[in-house]
Write a protein that binds this ligand. Structure first.
Ligand code: 5GP
Length: 193
């Protein structure tokens, strides 16, 4: 069991509706030493890639992506959720369906910060159905940027996102993959990696 699986078992809470709460250490209160370790692990996995920017989506990816960007010595860029419709022109726009809030958001990045010269490492906290990753891939495509890889902290392997993104041919690495979880017993089963 790796450092992250151990922490998920200790402090993660399985909620009804296939939701894992990790808000005591990852996406509300944040354990900085754990984030440091996560940053180093993504550097170990993607260190041979040419990365010019780390990209994530607000809000819960931001803290994690900062630690990854520090390891690579590159800027971190986050896609913003926006309600404004009058943004075409200066912004690249994609539509993302939220797994946790079950609504649709437009996400945007400024054209100033994404260009065909960029080689992106895309980072997020969770992978469920893959909408957040697809939205970020779409923003990268709009800019003509290259997606070098995608790094996820916790993949829920029983949902379709991982399969969809890998089938598209992307290099997707997840630090922990959950194959099953049970809200009644609190049991979490990790995939052997
Ligand atoms: P997807 O777009 O892959 O369906 O869902 C990924 C996004 O939804 C992530 O950015 C994450 O914030 C949120 N998410 C999905 N599943 C969970 C979960 O089980 N727990 C938490 N805390 N967030 C989740």
């Amino acid at each position: 069991m790796n450092f992250l699986e151990e922490r998920i078992r200790k402090d993660g809470l399985v909620k009804p509706g296939n939701v894992l709460k990790v808000d005591s250490f990852l996406n509300h209160q944040m354990d900085i030493n754990l984030l440091d370790e996560i940053g180093r692990e993504f550097k170990r996995r993607f260190g041979d890639k040419h990365v010019t920017k780390v990209m994530t989506i607000e809000a819960s990816g931001i803290g994690i992506a900062c630690f990854v960007a520090k390891e690579f010595g590159v800027p971190m860029l986050f896609a913003k959720k926006s309600k404004s419709i009058n943004i075409a022109g200066e912004m690249y726009v994609a539509e993302v369906e939220s797994f946790t809030h079950q609504n649709k958001n437009q996400v945007i990045v400024s054209k100033k910060f994404l260009s065909p010269d960029d080689h992106l490492l895309i980072i997020d906290d969770f992978l469920a159905n893959g909408c957040a990753l697809q939205g970020m891939i779409s923003l990268a495509e709009s800019a003509g940027a290259t997606v070098e890889g995608l790094g996820i902290v916790i993949e829920k392997g029983f949902q379709i996102g991982g399969r969809v993104i890998r089938n598209l041919g992307y290099d997707l690495e997840s630090l922990a993959i959950i194959d099953a979880m049970d809200a009644e017993t609190g049991t979490i089963t990790f995939r052997e990696q």
